[in-house]
Design a protein around this ligand. Structure first.
Ligand SMILES: [Zn+2]
Length: 342
């Protein structure tokens, strides 16, 4: 079948055992590069869950893990036991939209690329560092170079097709000064990692009032964003809508609008709509009519120009409520779409 993807080197229509030789070589090359860069990552990778990133402290290689002969089974397990999937030909879609999932970056950001290739993703989300730890080693030059190399090799434009997700620990609305500084330091560190990797969009949860007045909390988020924008040069900070409840900011379109209103550089802020969060917050998306109505409301309150991406999690959300629950995926994947406006 003819390749129809607009990518320079689309990885379409092959299974691992019967790959055409150039593709097989490309895949093997990425795997060997990733393996070469991170052959010591096994111990760390084992403790990492989906998406958790490990790295080397201060650019110094971590202590070598015990050597273990790699087997075909180990390699298959590492890839989730899934066959290589073909990418959607973006040019065949009515509107250019890059579809993928949140992929693991265990062992280093460079490993997100083969993981994205493996599932046929045209776009992907990842964690740039552990999403559950405050202390993280700096990203190594080697990891950065391999990420850039792998993107090029597989035709990903990190600026358009990657949407890293922020730490779950960071709350930019934090009222406590010391904790706010800690949150900010982690946040801006992620933005700097984005810029090193050529990533243009960075997705994060707005935060929680922690019981404080909502306008003050919204103002703190915007102030942190303004500071972060001044200290970086290009990355767009993408607010995610939330399921809501209590002190959480972002369950209403108005919350997102109010944060954006206080951001000085409107080109540096956007929105990612998580469909499960939206549904849980009362925005129906289950039919084309309901979807249109919800998106009209978003456009009226926030503005479609700020929409950068979707987390298409509604199905998972609805399945989670079904009884009996659906069988588990081979590994957790959170579908992501990155809208292209070019
Ligand atoms: Zn999220």
């Amino acid at each position: 079948m003819a390749r129809s993807s607009p990518r320079k080197k689309p990885t379409v229509n092959y299974n691992e055992g019967e790959a055409p030789k150039p593709l097989a070589r490309a895949v093997a090359k990425v795997k060997s590069l990733a393996a070469k860069a991170t052959h010591k990552r096994k111990a760390a990778a084992e403790e990492a869950d989906d998406g958790e990133v490990n790295g080397h402290s201060n650019g110094t290689p971590a202590a070598p893990a015990p050597k273990k002969r790699r087997t075909a089974k180990a390699s298959k397990d590492e890839q989730g036991g899934m066959p290589l999937a073909e990418r959607t030909a973006v040019a065949s879609l009515k509107k250019a939209m890059y579809i993928g999932a949140h992929v693991s970056a265990a062992g280093g950001v460079q490993n997100s690329i083969p993981n994205a290739v493996h599932i046929g993703a045209n776009a992907f989300a990842l964690f740039l560092k552990s999403q559950r730890k405050w202390d993280n080693p700096a990203m190594t030059d080697e990891a950065r170079d391999l990420f850039l190399h792998n993107c090029k090799e597989h035709g990903y434009d990190a600026g358009a097709h990657a949407l890293p997700h922020g730490s779950y620990l960071v709350n930019l609305a934090q009222p406590d000064a010391a904790k706010a500084d800690q949150a900010y330091a982690s946040f801006v560190d992620d933005l700097r990692r984005c810029e090193q990797l050529g990533v243009r969009l960075y997705n994060f949860h707005p935060g929680s009032t922690l019981g404080d007045a909502r306008p003050a909390a919204v103002a703190r988020i915007a102030a942190q964003l303004n500071k972060a924008h001044r200290e970086t040069s290009s990355v767009v900070t993408v607010l995610e809508n939330m399921a809501g409840g209590g002190n959480v900011i972002g369950a209403t379109w108005e919350d997102l609008r109010d944060v954006i209103a206080l951001v000085d550089d409107k080109d540096r802020v956007g929105v990612c709509i998580d469909t499960c969060h939206a549904f849980a917050a009362g925005h129906d998306l289950r039919t084309p009519e309901a979807f249109d109505k919800t998106m009209d409301a978003f456009n009226d309150v926030v503005g479609a120009k700020y929409l950068k991406a979707f987390h298409r999690t509604l199905t998972t959300c609805l399945q989670a409520k079904s009884n009996p629950p659906p069988p588990p995926y081979p590994r957790p994947l959170r579908p992501v779409s990155v809208c292209s406006r070019s």
